[in-house]
Design a binder for this molecule. Structure first.
Ligand code: ZN
Length: 276
């Protein structure tokens, strides 16, 4: 069965020792597409290295909300240069994290705006991380406000993206009405092992809502291992567990959904170079 892992940090140092074996296992599990996102300049460079040696994969470059306060103008110049690399198909990951708040919220908002601008300039979709503290939705509400203010629902978006998704809600977390607003804005939605965690029960309803041409799955490796995967380090092959969960919510099977994930991935992240 064909699968995708739309968000997989194979550029994390936890994969330094055995990356080739992990990639081989992913191939054997039927994974046709992997997107490797950076979270700051150094990890973006490593994402480009991974994709350089595995040309069937794609990279994303951008600044995570955790790193928002640590990125200076020199780093932004480097990121803007990386963004034009043909191996880069998306901008991120970026977003808002009001749960852990490793960077002050004002810095997170400024950083998000800068990443969204880069996405609109390059026509490469933004990859959005969004987490609120348990039982809250303030980060989701703020993200929606920011996307609208940046013009993701208007003519600026159409000029950069046509009818393609201008952004991906990665590792979905939030209430169904927020999901509906994101879908109405034209965004794609990707589910991770987070859906199995306590407090994320609303994701079951959302998994049935997303139009199939904007529906993806991911591991967020090495994080967010789903039940049944080793908790010590998540790996792309375990995306099949989350894919099975999504299929169940939609009353279908992974065999039925698999090529749909690939088509949604290719539509969201078109490449300008041949698939190696
Ligand atoms: Zn991530």
């Amino acid at each position: 069965m064909p699968l995708v892992d739309s968000h997989c940090h194979l550029n994390a140092d936890r994969f330094d020792g055995d990356l080739d074996q992990v990639v081989e296992a992913a191939r054997l599990a039927g994974i046709e597409r992997i997107l490797v996102p950076g979270w700051n300049v150094a990890s973006a460079g490593r994402a480009l290295d991974v994709v350089g040696s595995h040309p069937w994969m794609d990279a994303a470059i951008g600044v995570h909300p955790h790193d928002a306060a640590k990125v200076d103008e020199r780093a932004w110049r480097a990121l803007a240069a990386q963004a034009t690399d043909p191996r880069v198909v998306a901008i991120g990951e970026t977003g808002l994290d009001y749960d852990r708040v490793f960077s002050p919220i004002d810095d997170q908002l400024a950083n998000l705006r800068r990443n969204l601008d880069l996405a609109l300039e390059t026509g490469k979709p933004a990859i959005l991380h969004c987490r609120s503290a348990a039982g809250k939705r303030d980060a989701q509400d703020a993200l929606l406000t920011e996307l609208r203010a940046a013009g993701l629902g208007g003519p600026r978006r159409a000029a950069s993206f046509g009818d393609r998704p201008p952004a991906v809600v990665h590792s979905f977390s939030g209430p169904p009405d927020y999901a509906r607003a994101m879908i109405d804005l034209g965004l794609a939605v990707s589910f991770s092992g987070l859906v199995f965690r306590r407090g994320e029960e609303a994701s079951a309803e959302v998994a049935a809502l997303v139009p199939s041409d904007r529906l993806m799955v991911e591991t967020d490796s090495p994080f967010l291992a789903p039940p049944g995967a080793p908790r010590s380090r998540n790996e792309p092959e375990w995306v099949r567990i989350t894919a099975g969960w999504v299929a169940e919510r939609r009353g279908t099977t992974v065999d039925e959904l698999g090529w749909g994930f690939v088509a949604a991935y290719d539509r969201t992240f078109p490449r300008t170079r041949p698939r190696g």
